[in-house]
Design a protein around this ligand. Structure first.
Ligand SMILES: Cc1cc2nc3c(=O)[nH]c(=O)nc-3n(C[C@H](O)[C@H](O)[C@H](O)COP(=O)(O)OP(=O)(O)OC[C@H]3O[C@@H](n4cnc5c(N)ncnc54)[C@H](O)[C@@H]3O)c2cc1C
Length: 331
């Protein structure tokens, strides 16, 4: 079986920062596996500015931020980058199986860093009743459709959730000529940054309904509207104040779930509530030499913090290797 000193899974900002820090700490045999065709992770679809203020002291877009790391990773002879490589299995002993077009590969890692990011919570997870028409999207999917595929998912939009991703998508839809009828937040305060509330909603005159929830989606083939209702301090619906809004699209932006099914498969002790590893310290798991970093370890607000903490994972893996960890008979 092919054996590598360090394998990193996920070529987003976390994986790339970990790779570069491990290399700078003396690791000379690194395999980076990324399921997409390109490195950069979620940053590739984030064309808005707001990245890099801490790390670079500049305001960059997501692709610009990613590009600075991609160049360094790809220029390193110590790093083999394998894109189009989906890791499907992780066995105890840090044995990974990954699929590439036309081939299945197995590799054993002496040290392993998982930087697999997050997936989005869905309509089903927050239980919005109603019909199941076309036109209900997660915010990240809509962002990918607009910014990467050049498709506009709808023209009259209601956004569920006031986190940063929902707010940024509200502005994005308006810039594309669509109308955002409402951003709806069950809590009594917006959950995203104040600057995003001002720049993405207030500047475009988009109504923000705090203390409200979308309680039904209507539509046969395509979304035709939603019902909304105010909720009191303990979350009870004030049904007498229920009202409807016409729309053709509902965007669900209600949080992220760390993507950690692979480490669970390998036997890592998990916190079931957060879907993250139970950990004594940043990036550590219950399996020596298996580290988790970036959004897979915890959901971060800004990418600069992901870069900082994931570079630490690279150094932690290097220290593990230089102490003889993961050598044969010491898995
Ligand atoms: C829609 C959106 C907007 C954002 N806007 C901002 C902003 O304005 N400013 C800011 O600072 N931060 C923003 N963030 C946050 C920031 O982008 C994230 O914190 C950061 O991208 C997390 O990096 P990561 O590498 O952990 O995850 P990701 O960027 O998600 O990368 C994970 C990578 O792992 C790969 N992967 C997953 N599973 C596998 C597998 N089994 N096999 C192989 N590869 C795999 C994925 O394809 C992906 O490339 C935003 C995030 C999102 C989702």
């Amino acid at each position: 079986m092919n054996e590598r000193e360090l394998v990193v899974v996920g070529g987003g900002p976390a994986g790339m920062a970990a790779v570069l820090a491990a290399r700078a700490s003396g690791v000379t045999d690194i395999l980076l596996l990324e399921r997409d065709q390109y490195l950069g992770g979620i940053l590739n679809q984030c064309v808005h500015p707001g990245f890099g203020l801490v790390h670079f002291g500049e305001v960059l877009t997501g692709p610009e931020y990613a590009d600075r790391f991609i160049r360094s990773v790809c220029e390193s002879p110590e790093v083999e980058v394998s894109t189009g490589s989906f890791v499907a299995e992780l066995k105890p002993g840090k044995i990974l199986t990954y699929l590439k077009p036309g081939e299945i590969q197995t590799v054993k890692a002496r040290a392993l860093i998982m930087a697999t990011g997050c997936r989005e919570r869905t309509r089903e997870m927050i239980q919005i009743p109603g019909t199941r028409p076309a036109g209900v999207f997660s915010a990240g999917l809509a962002q990918k459709m607009i910014n990467i595929e050049g498709l506009l998912p709808g023209t009259k939009v209601v956004i569920v959730g006031s986190g940063d991703i929902g707010l940024i998508m509200a502005r994005r839809f308006m810039l594309e000529g669509a109308r955002v009828e409402a951003v709806v937040e069950i809590q009594r305060h917006p959950t995203g940054l104040l600057r995003n509330v001002v720049q993405c909603l207030d500047d475009f005159g988009i109504p923000l309904y705090l203390g409200h929830r979308v309680c039904r989606i209507h539509g046969r083939d395509r979304v035709e509207g939603v019902d909304m209702v105010p909720v009191d301090e303990v979350g009870r619906e004030m049904v007498e104040s229920r009202f409807s809004l016409a729309c053709d699209t509902v965007l669900v932006s209600v949080g992220l779930i760390p993507e950690n099914e692979l480490i669970e498969m390998a036997g890592v002790e998990m916190n079931r509530q957060t879907n993250t590893p139970i950990s004594s310290d940043l990036n550590y798991t219950s399996i020596p030499g298996l580290f988790v970093c970036g959004n897979a370890f915890r959901v971060y607000d800004i990418v600069d913090s992901v870069t900082r903490d994931s570079a630490l994972a690279g150094r932690q893996a290097a220290a593990y290797l230089s102490a003889g960890g993961g050598a044969l008979g010491n898995v």
